[in-house]
Design a protein around this ligand. Structure first.
Ligand SMILES: Cc1ncc(COP(=O)(O)O)c(C=O)c1O
Length: 391
């Protein structure tokens, strides 16, 4: 019996699990991965078109990263960063600070995106406390909004306006680039393209920072904040046991070197453009049964979303979704057919009731023929689901 890929499979027939699962169906067990391909325990193979959750930015099993991790384990696996620093952490911090073209002066490490945002909120409070501006608040935005609304870029001028409000009231301008940053949109920082060129006072990064080889996040700190802290308390009042972990930082450094040395930002800009044009061509072609329901196809470089509209169907062929979300059904069917994408139900409108969308975020080293295969499998899965809901 194959593990369940969808909620329709019979749970009692599955092998027991002692993991408190977070999906309403049982995720199958992955045993190995190479590039964008994941092998499952029962021998099936899945193409990962979404990098897990926009994480695996160079795919699985890259030899340079495996080597760096093994070498680091042989040298030094752990020190506590309040007592001792370590070489890969120092080198990675140097790389990240220099990646901002003067925007950043310091970097702090954590173990993921949520920790990075928590650390930023605390650090901004520390900055205001240290500089005796107790009344101040912050502005926090995602440079390009990710999973919730499906790759929604800000209107031009939005961040310029927000920055001027921040300047007027002395608020910090903070960007969450946990999903959008570290190359996902074809530049290392999304603000280089999507925030009217305005660098943040504080920035959170994770996901593509470690590319899935390690659990790591970081906060990037501008000179203004660094000076405010240095001139007063002088240290970061924030600690986690695994901050600046030697193996995590060594893995992350190796991932970043691969992205640079293999010119992967250029590759993902090219392959992403292909992905976007194939999605447009296939979904909106005159003989596509899905065309009437496609509300929007949007994205850049390695990050794309297709939003469907099955609510306003007055002039469209009738469907019966039986209360299900089209995007979630397509996600499940695609996985059964050997393609991992992410489906989301709603969240795009103010009421949060619309915006059924699927998301693609393949590895930056994805190849042309893999993009074609991804689109083929996606269209196949989406059309299969459509045929089942059409009335
Ligand atoms: C924009 C954004 N911020 C924060 C997070 C939380 O990151 P993590 O899951 O690594 O804690 C995510 C995760 O998807 C995210 O997309």
């Amino acid at each position: 019996m194959a593990p369940a890929l969808t909620k329709s499979e019979e749970p009692s027939k599955l092998k027991p699990t002692f993991i408190l699962q977070r999906a309403t169906w049982r995720p199958p067990i992955a045993v190995s991965g190479e590039g964008i391909y994941i092998e499952l325990e029962d021998g099936r193979r899945v193409i990962d078109a979404v990098g897990g959750a926009a994480v695996a930015c160079i795919g699985n099993g890259h030899p340079a990263v495996k080597k760096a991790i093994k070498e680091q384990v042989d040298k030094l696996s752990y020190v506590y960063n309040m007592q001792l620093s370590n070489q890969p952490a120092e080198e990675l911090a140097n790389y990240l600070v220099n990646s901002g073209n003067g925007a950043f002066a310091l970097c702090g490490f954590v173990s993921g995106g949520s920790e990075a945002m928590e650390a930023i909120i605390k650090l901004s409070r520390q900055y205001f406390y240290d500089t005796k501006q107790f009344q101040r608040v912050n502005y926090i935005g995602q440079t390009v909004v990710g999973a919730t609304t499906g790759v929604v870029a800000p209107p031009k001028g939005y961040f310029k306006a927000m920055k001027s409000v921040c300047d007027k009231y002395g608020a910090l301008f903070i960007l969450d680039e946990i999903m959008s940053g570290m190359g996902r949109l074809g530049t290392l920082h999304a603000w280089e393209q999507f925030a009217d060129g305005i660098a943040p006072d504080l920035q959170a990064i994770a996901k593509g920072l470690g590319g899935g080889y390690a659990s790591i996040g970081a906060i990037l700190i501008s000179q203004r904040i660094a000076d405010g802290i240095r001139d007063t308390s002088g240290f970061w009042k924030h600690g986690h046991t695994y901050q600046a972990h030697p193996i995590a930082t060594a893995a992350s450094l190796a991932v970043q070197k691969v992205i640079t040395e293999e010119n992967l930002l250029s590759n993902i800009r090219t392959q992403g453009a292909l992905l976007g044009s194939l999605l447009n061509a296939r979904l909106l072609s005159p003989n596509s049964p899905l065309a009437p329901y496609v509300f929007d196809i949007r994205g850049t470089a390695g990050w794309w979303a297709v939003e469907f509209d099955f609510d306003d169907i007055a002039n469209k062929p009738a469907v019966d979704l039986k209360g299900d979300s089209f995007a979630i059904l397509v996600q499940q069917r695609c996985l059964e057919n050997g393609l991992a994408i992410m489906g989301f139900r709603g969240g795009a409108n103010v009421e949060g009731t619309r915006g059924d969308h699927v998301m693609f975020s393949p590895a930056y080293n994805v190849k042309e023929e893999e993009i074609e295969k991804i689109v083929d499998l996606f269209i196949e899965g989406a059309e299969e689901v459509y045929r089942e809901i059409a009335v």
